[in-house]
Design a protein around this ligand. Structure first.
Ligand code: 13P
Length: 288
């Protein structure tokens, strides 16, 4: 079924798990990502940057995701990642995206609130969920870089005020993660997450999931992370696998021989991550 972010994070909250939000970069990898979720018996969030949405087409993405979700009978959210331009957000909502992120983390606090409010006012009456962001996530994504010294961690008191003022459905927090970190792993600030979780009544979101140590997942999930973004790990492995296949395949062979192995590499990672995101070791699930 085609769902919005609020619906799947409610499920995640009830089961003390997190929902994987995986960035797609092309149409090739998309069906296997959704099939991975089906095989794991979990919902999935498919997210795109604005540039990917424009490359494929907003409406094409909506049609394909809806069709596969219905066909495979799996709960899928289609989410616009890191949008800073209201017109692009409007384009995604009007085309049928079920969730959007307004990223005002670069703005002064009050301006971030005001711009996020405007997005919520447009999205909510149309049944579309909104993710906001407070604090800055390091690293580079789609050409936007945040230097280590410019990283600002989320302050719990700001998070409380932001969620109350904006009515966002999920909040991306800065607790030390970086976008695009695939060669090393980060030290996540778990004490800060606990402080935020103790006072904020809103599903929390981890960005830069590729750089997060898998052994940290249970602590993150047990402290309110209900959406967990992973992009670079899929991208790097799709590209590596495709490079190998393209290198080995004769030029007159169907392109299938090159892209299917790359799609399967992505599927295997998505399945592995979803398994960890289901947090089966958590106390809540053990008592069921
Ligand atoms: P990574 O690409 O570092 O996994 O981060 C994904 C993300 O947070 C998308 O917003």
């Amino acid at each position: 079924m085609y769902k919005n972010l609020k619906q799947v994070t409610e499920t995640a909250e009830a089961l003390n798990m997190t929902i994987g939000a995986f960035n797609t970069h092309n149409l090739e990898m998309l069906p296997e990502m959704i099939r991975a979720a089906k095989e794991m018996g979990a919902p999935i969030i498919i997210q795109t940057s604005i540039d990917t949405a424009k490359y494929i087409g907003y409406k094409v993405l909506v049609a394909v995701v809806k069709e596969i979700a219905e066909d495979e009978m799996v709960d899928v959210v289609l989410h616009l990642d890191h949008a800073r331009d209201f017109n692009e957000i409007k384009a995604a909502i009007d085309a049928g995206y079920s969730s959007v992120m307004y990223d005002g983390s670069h703005l002064p606090f009050k301006e971030n609130i005001a711009k996020t409010q405007a997005v919520v006012e447009y999205a909510h009456p149309r049944g579309v969920s909104v993710e906001g962001e407070l604090g800055t996530i390091g690293g580079t994504e789609e050409g936007i870089s945040v230097a280590e010294d410019d990283k600002v961690y989320t302050r719990p008191e700001d998070a409380v005020e932001f969620v109350k003022a904006t009515d966002v459905d999920a909040l991306a927090i800065a607790i030390g993660t970086n976008h695009g970190q695939f060669k090393s792993k980060t030290e996540v600030n778990i004490p800060l997450l606990k402080e935020i979780h103790a006072v904020v009544d809103c599903p929390l979101v981890i960005h830069g999931g590729t750089g997060v140590k898998e052994e940290d997942y249970p602590e993150l999930i047990n402290n309110g992370i209900r959406k967990f973004n992973v992009g670079t790990e899929l991208l790097v492995n799709w590209t590596k696998t495709a490079k190998d296949s393209f290198g080995e395949t004769e030029v007159n062979k169907s392109l299938r021989h090159n892209v299917i192995p790359a799609n399967i590499a992505v599927k295997n990672i998505v399945k592995h991550k979803i398994g960890l995101f289901m947090n089966v070791e958590s106390p809540i699930k053990q008592t069921i």
